[in-house]
Ligand binder design. Structure first.
Ligand code: FES
Length: 296
């Protein structure tokens, strides 16, 4: 059985935020709007902002977006109902998305979906009675090299099986920490994730490995064997003009850095420490604990 977490049967929607909440959201919305040349372009992140407050795109959230952006509630609803990342009823603490797109499906995604759906007693976009898990079938997450993949609040759990997914969901429901296979070292709540998607970083984007071994395998092989992509016919590099040669020679001489190539030293897979959080003692401890958990 599924419930709409945070709302009891017959309970009506609150139609507006209290004064304090409204002031806080208005300040956040002003920051979001300032990023765009036209106010209404801020609607997508503002819908995430509303979800970070209410756990879904609530009627009062729709009214807030419309009033703030000077558009109608119908226009806001039209956008909110188009994208599946915007929830039309209260979401659980964790969205568990099982990829059942072609590759993951045949590698075991369908079996994982059936198992979790049976164990939790819920179907697509439904939430467990305790409000912990919202289960979703999801489309390809560009992680086919780790199929079958399960996402928890958009963090990757690679190469899953029905048993490992069952254990993962059990830990989430028990409030135990879980460590994604790649990316951030832990999983935050649906509301916290929504705030990040609204454009307020939590400082965890550069945690962990961005691209793992299977993803960069082609690049590694190419490097080892000295392979390079052939030029397209008629696309051979032209003789470098004298003035360009001079400019690039000066840049090299001055130590200026060229734009890194994908898979090169500055790719996310090999990103050096760049922020204080990367190298703090606490961060290093967390990283070590996470790496050990991933290896075990
Ligand atoms: S098919 Fe599942 S990540 Fe691509």
């Amino acid at each position: 059985m599924s419930v709409e977490a945070g709302r009891t049967p017959g309970q009506t929607h609150r139609t507006a935020y209290d004064e304090q909440t409204h002031a806080r959201l208005a300040a956040d919305a002003a920051q979001i709007i300032a990023r765009y040349p036209q106010e209404r372009s801020a609607l997508l992140p503002m819908l995430h902002l509303v979800q970070s407050e209410d756990g879904y795109v609530s009627p009062r959230g729709i009214a807030f977006c419309a009033a703030t952006l000077g558009i109608s509630t119908a226009e806001v609803s039209a956008v909110a109902t188009f994208y599946t990342q915007y929830k039309r009823h209260p979401n659980g603490e964790y969205t568990v998305g099982v990829c059942t797109n072609t590759l993951c499906a045949i590698m075991g995604g369908d079996a994982i979906w059936e198992h979790l759906s049976d164990e939790l007693g819920i179907g697509h976009d439904e939430t467990t009675d305790d409000g912990a898990i919202t289960l979703e079938r999801i489309e390809c997450n560009a992680a086919c090299d780790y199929a079958p993949v399960v996402m928890v609040n958009w963090e990757f759990f690679d190469n899953q099986t029905p048993e490992s997914a069952d254990e993962l969901v059990g830990k989430l429901r028990a409030g135990e920490p879980v460590a994604p296979t790649r990316g951030a070292d832990s999983v935050c709540s649906f509301k916290q994730m929504s705030r990040v998607l609204a454009g307020f970083p939590d400082g965890r984007a550069d945690e962990g490995v961005g691209a793992g071994g299977p993803t960069v395998r082609g690049t590694v092989l190419a490097r080892e064997n000295g392979w390079e992509a052939p030029a397209f016919p008629g696309d051979e590099p032209a003789e470098e003009p004298v003035e360009t040669k001079t400019a690039s020679s000066s840049a090299a001489a001055s130590g200026a850095t060229a734009t890194p190539k994908a898979g090169d030293e500055q790719s996310s897979a090999e990103r050096p420490a760049a922020t204080a959080a990367d190298s703090s003692a606490a961060q290093q401890e967390n990283k070590q604990a996470s790496d050990e958990a991933k290896e075990s």
